[in-house]
Every structure is written in structure tokens, then in C-alpha cells.
Design a protein. Structure first.
Length: 301
């Protein structure tokens, strides 16, 4: 029997499943559509079909590691109240997975899983501490201090996407106003572009147009980058951490997002802090969360 594991990245738009070998190479990978109306039983049925296919590529699967949007209870394996997966409210997902597959299962916040992937195998492997920022359908962060995840009292540490940048801003999906997520996430980038250009396109298309030099698309990404810079400056002031790694779907914008962020950071933090900040893109991209999930799954055996 080999030590292959299944890694699952459950998201508000899509889910990605991977069969991961002991040397952290991905032997097989499948992408599934999820969406806000996704329901747990239907999603697990889709997962089962994929995992049955993985068994034909493996001599033995030992465990499952799954990450999902927060908030979640990693100790009890419960998805608590994910903003972009409303039908997963208080879902005992670990119990459901273990019952269906008879394999030990770990459930973790998606940003925390990706942070572990980057810390051990990617952009942060030379660092003692880092903050990983995920910008996709939603926005979140994970904090690693001296090699250990900082979770906070109830595992909610890192939910900066739903902290307030502008208390008079637009209403966020979480019910608050002016959250960082309303400036940086893919859906909100698309919404802000539509407000400027009277045209509805996806966040990915906004990034594409910005890369082609379109002025309004560049303006939207610059606004998102400035919000990111304020967030990084604030977290650096709070945690005295130097390395910030940006991942998630919106991170494909690269320097179009990071350059405005770096430019504004000194305006919102001490010079002694801002001068040490390293803000970089994910080295592993989509694989960061998957390899983090695989790392966690292997802690079960």
C-alpha cells in the first residue's frame, strides 16, 4: 500500500481534487464546478465519482485532506458559515467524508491550507513566518508564526477579507459594509468595472483587459491593489511579519495588483516596518492549497 492521499480544495466557484504522491507530485487532478447553490450531498456525490477514478491510479489511498472557505471548525471538521457556500451552513463535512470513504479526513480553512503549502514547498520555504493572502471569489488570509499556524481563539484568525476598509462602503456578502473583500475579490472587481464601464464581464476578463492596457481595467486593479497594500500594512503593523504571499484566482494579475500595493504600503505603516515587507505572488498557484491539504492529510498516519 502506498502513501498517496487525496487533496480537495472546495471553493465557492469551483472545487479541485488531486491525487498526491508521497513526494508531493500530483498524479491526477480534476476540476468541478461548485457555485453558490451547491449542496453538500450533491457535492460529495461528485467527489465520490472522482475519487473512484483516482483509485485506478493508486496502489492505496491513506487519507483525505480538504480545505474550504471559512469560518470553519477544524477540530470538529464542521463548515460553520461560509459566505460563498450558503448551503454548507454548519455542515459536519469531515464526518460525512469519513462515513462515505472510510478514510481519515482533515478539514482546514482554504487560506490556512494554502499557507502551509507555500510555507513548506513554495514561496515561503526559506521564511520563519509568513502571511498568505488568498484573493478569489472571497478574500482571506492565514498567519504562520515560527512554523505554526496562528488560529486565534476559535480558528477565525485571518478573516481580514471581512474587516472594514470603509464603514460607509458597499454592503458585503457577509452583511457588513466596505469590507476588504468588496475591493479585491473577483466578483467585486467585476462589479466595480461594470460601474465604470457599463459592461458586465468577469474578474478574469478585467485582468485580461488590464494586461492589454485598457485604462478602466487598470484603474480597477489599481484600486484593488491599493486596498491590498492597506491590508498588508495593517497586518505588518499588527504581527511584525515581513513575508506576504498572494494567491488565489485574482493573483494572476501579478504586478498589476502588487505594484500599487507596494507603492501605498509606506503610507499606512512605520518606515521601519514597511522597509522590511516582502510582497510576492504565490509560487505554487492553485497547487498551494492542494499541497497544504496533502501535508495535513499525512499528519493522520
Amino acid at each position: 500500500m502506498t502513501d498517496d492521499v487525496v487533496a480537495i480544495d472546495l471553493g465557492g466557484t469551483k472545487s479541485v481534487l488531486a491525487l498526491v504522491a508521497p513526494d508531493n507530485t500530483i498524479k491526477a487532478q480534476v476540476r468541478l464546478e461548485t457555485g453558490r447553490e451547491a449542496r453538500p450531498e450533491a457535492v460529495l456525490a461528485d467527489f465520490e465519482e472522482v475519487i473512484q477514478g483516482f483509485k485506478g491510479r493508486s496502489q492505496g489511498i491513506r487519507a483525505i485532506g480538504l480545505c474550504a472557505p471559512g469560518p470553519l471548525d477544524h477540530e470538529h471538521g464542521v463548515i460553520v458559515n461560509p459566505t460563498n457556500l450558503p448551503h454548507f451552513f454548519n455542515t459536519p463535512l469531515r464526518e460525512m467524508l469519513e462515513k462515505r470513504f472510510a478514510l481519515p479526513t482533515v478539514i482546514e480553512h482554504d487560506a490556512k491550507a494554502a499557507a502551509l503549502g507555500e510555507f513548506h514547498f513554495g514561496a515561503g520555504k526559506a521564511e520563519q513566518s509568513l502571511i498568505y493572502i488568498v484573493i478569489g471569489t472571497g478574500v482571506g488570509a492565514a498567519i504562520i508564526i515560527h512554523g505554526q499556524l496562528y488560529r486565534g481563539l476559535k480558528n477565525f484568525a485571518g478573516e481580514f477579507g471581512h474587516t472594514t476598509l470603509d464603514r460607509f462602503g458597499e454592503v458585503c456578502n457577509c452583511g457588513s459594509r466596505g469590507c476588504f473583500e468588496t475591493y479585491m475579490s473577483g466578483p467585486w472587481i467585476a462589479k466595480r468595472y461594470a460601474m465604470l464601464n457599463q459592461e458586465e464581464i468577469s474578474g478574469a476578463e478585467v485582468v485580461k483587459r488590464a494586461e492589454q492596457g485598457e485604462t478602466k481595467a487598470l484603474e480597477v486593479l489599481s484600486l484593488a491593489g491599493e486596498a491590498l497594500g492597506i491590508a498588508v500594512a495593517s497586518m505588518a503593523m499588527n504581527f511584525d511579519i515581513e513575508c506576504f504571499v498572494v494567491g488565489g484566482g485574482v493573483s494572476i494579475a501579478g504586478e498589476l495588483l502588487l505594484a500599487p500595493a507596494r507603492k501605498i504600503i509606506p503610507s499606512y505603516s512605520f518606515k521601519s516596518v514597511s522597509s522590511r515587507i516582502k510582497l510576492v505572488s504565490s509560487a505554487l498557484r492553485e497547487e498551494a492549497a492542494l499541497l497544504g491539504c496533502a501535508f495535513l492529510a499525512r499528519q493522520t498516519f
